[in-house]
Design a protein around this ligand. Structure first.
Ligand SMILES: Nc1ncnc2c1ncn2[C@@H]1O[C@H](COP(=O)(O)OP(=O)(O)OP(=O)(O)O)[C@@H](O)[C@H]1O
Ligand SMILES: [Mg+2]
Ligand SMILES: [Mg+2]
Length: 544
């Protein structure tokens, strides 16, 4: 018979779990009797289930049609899981966001008329003057959730400057509004921007100045006409919109891309590998990795794609760049791209790649998480497979015994966001320093609050190399880091930073991670090293 092979016992277990009509994976698991003890009454059903053709994860053959139905069932259960996790915003939330963007567009229109009058333009030009707001980032890709910010770029005409009109006039208009709160100006970043909440929704607002007198509401920024002669900062600020548009154009199936990206972002957040400033992936990096997998498997289902995602990147030959097929001739990587540990190119911009802060430690952590994901998901067709396992929070307190505690506090609550943002933008220096001394450090991106500190504060706990028990000279680390953050920062006297080494048991209750059902041991090098030689990994200098 087609199913008669050495895995017959497994085959029977399989039968008990999968209803051949619905392929529902939810029936109770029953251990199959050994070969020869199979109840003859169930044989016909087993036979129905398993004619010939495709080798299943158990080693017996599956009919491709059955496989497709199984994949569909897995995709449906993943979509249900995402819904249960609240990953898809409700229609009320969507309306609130749309209203906030409309409001922002109106503010920007008022602003440009004001600037035109201040510049003493003629009546005709004042009437014609217009500026607009385009969305990009996770909102532009349609993969945001209730925690996401809205990335929106203000695009203005040739007479409205970044330094004065955007950072002074628009700034004043926004800060004087009662519906705007938590305002920050980030002027010295590669992409300078204003960050604030409008009606409670976080907005990142950079600026691009086009060499035209009037910018229409839906200006096509892929059109070279609008890009001629623009300055370097505007070009960089527009790169997010540009990248988004290119990604969307290159996708074979937008809907499945959005679902996969939502899943992958949830996975990255839960496993502590999301956050560009902490040396992990940002949204754009994951968007390109996911688009790459979607391009490579244009007809795959959601569950097939998530499986390919982990399979692809667990075995990726880093530092080879991840490049989307965009019809352009491949161009050799730039010097910065060559230095990057996990280079990911921006689509349609052959010389640009996504800036990343990945260090040796975070590189190893990300790879270990890819390998863990792959190890779990290769059991996708097992009857007892559950999505929850893939998305389990990373068990920091089980993985590390010692942590660096970084506490950032301010005397005035309004300054907290700016202080935390500034320090985070310098975190890579600290991470590299700790790596020099400890060999490995895992910077948990989650922000905590120390309730024992009277002042408003944010706390980070970074896991230290489990292979080292030696003393970390935290004073010298702090001195170096404080030097690097006070250069250029304003008024540090009201802003404090403390660094200390604490034991896992000293972490607050909400930072204790107990849920990993096997104590997180599948993360450890000894276990994942056995997957394949290519996929094996070790902590750098662990134990040395
Ligand atoms: N390191 C980077 N390199 C290139 N572009 C970047 C980088 N960081 C951010 N961007 C651009 O800014 C956009 C917004 O970044 P942001 O950090 O808000 O991520 P996001 O994709 O919107 O995810 P989230 O839902 O977490 O906000 C990105 O989509 C990208 O276009
Ligand atoms: Mg965003
Ligand atoms: Mg943003």
């Amino acid at each position: 018979m087609a199913y008669a092979n050495q895995n017959q016992g497994l085959l029977v277990r399989y039968h008990h779990l999968i209803d051949p009509r619905t392929l529902s994976p939810s029936l109770t698991f029953v251990n199959g009797p050994p070969m020869g003890l199979i109840n003859p009454r169930i044989r016909p059903v087993v036979h129905q289930l398993v004619p010939v053709n495709v080798v299943s994860p158990f080693g017996f053959v599956l009919n491709p049609a059955v496989l497709v139905r199984l994949e569909e069932a897995r995709s449906r259960s993943l979509l249900q899981f995402m819904e249960d996790e609240g990953l898809v915003p409700s229609s009320e939330e969507e309306i609130t966001r749309k209203n906030a963007i409309e409001k922002l567009k109106q503010i920007v229109m008022e602003w440009i008329k004001k600037v035109a009058r201040q510049r003493r333009l003629c009546e005709h030009d004042i009437t014609a003057a217009s500026a607009t707001v385009l969305t990009f980032g996770s909102y532009g890709l349609g993969v945001h959730n209730s925690e996401s910010d809205i990335d929106a770029i203000c695009i203005g005409p040739r007479f409205a400057t970044l330094a004065e009109d955007f950072f002074i006039i628009l700034h004043d208009m926004l800060t004087s509004r009662p519906d705007v709160s938590e305002f920050q100006c980030i002027k010295d970043a590669k992409v300078p921007l204003m960050r604030f909440k409008l009606d409670g929704i976080s907005i990142d607002l950079p600026y691009a100045q086009l060499k035209v007198m009037s910018v229409s509401e839906n200006v096509d920024i892929l059109n070279p006409y609008f890009l001629r002669g623009i300055d370097e900062t505007s070009w960089r600020s527009l790169s997010g919109v540009h990248a988004n548009k290119c990604i969307l154009q290159l996708l074979p199936n937008m809907e499945v891309f959005q679902s996969l990206l939502r899943c992958v972002k949830l996975w990255a957040k839960r496993r502590g590998v999301y956050g560009n400033l902490l040396g992990f992936f940002g949204g754009v990096h994951l968007a390109i990795l996911v688009a790459y997998v979607c391009q490579s498997h244009p007809n795959a289902s959601l569950s097939g794609l998530i499986s390919s995602f982990f399979n692809t990147f667990a075995f990726w030959n880093w530092p080879s760049s991840v490049i989307l097929q965009d019809g352009m001739l491949p161009i050799p990587p730039s010097a910065a791209e060559i230095r990057s540990l996990m280079p990911i190119r921006l689509p349609c911009r052959p010389r640009e790649y996504c800036h990343s802060n990945i260090t040796e430690s975070t590189f190893y952590k990300i790879r270990a998480e890819f390998i863990r994901g792959h190890a779990l998901i290769k059991d996708l067709m097992r009857p007892d497979f559950a999505w929850t396992r893939l998305f389990e929070p990373f068990p920091y307190t089980k993985m590390y015994t010692r942590f660096i505690k970084i506490c950032l506090s301010v005397s005035d609550r309004d300054e907290l966001g700016e202080w935390v943002g500034w320090v985070k933008s310098r975190f890579r220096n600290l991470l590299v320093k700790v790596e020099e001394l400890q060999g490995f450090c895992d910077p948990n991106p989650t922000q905590y609050v120390d309730v024992n500190v009277a002042e408003p504060n944010i706390v980070f706990y970074w896991g230290l190399n489990p292979g080292r028990s030696g003393f970390l000279d935290i004073r010298s680390v702090k001195e170096d880091f404080v030097k690097s953050i006070t250069n250029g920062s304003q008024g540090p006297t009201t802003r404090k930073i403390t660094l200390s080494v604490v034991q896992a048991s000293q972490l607050p209750k909400n930072a204790q991670f107990e849920s990993e059902s096997n104590n997180g041991s599948d993360y450890l090098p000894s276990n994942i090293g056995c997957l394949t030689t290519n996929a094996s990994f070790d902590y750098p200098n662990a134990g040395g």
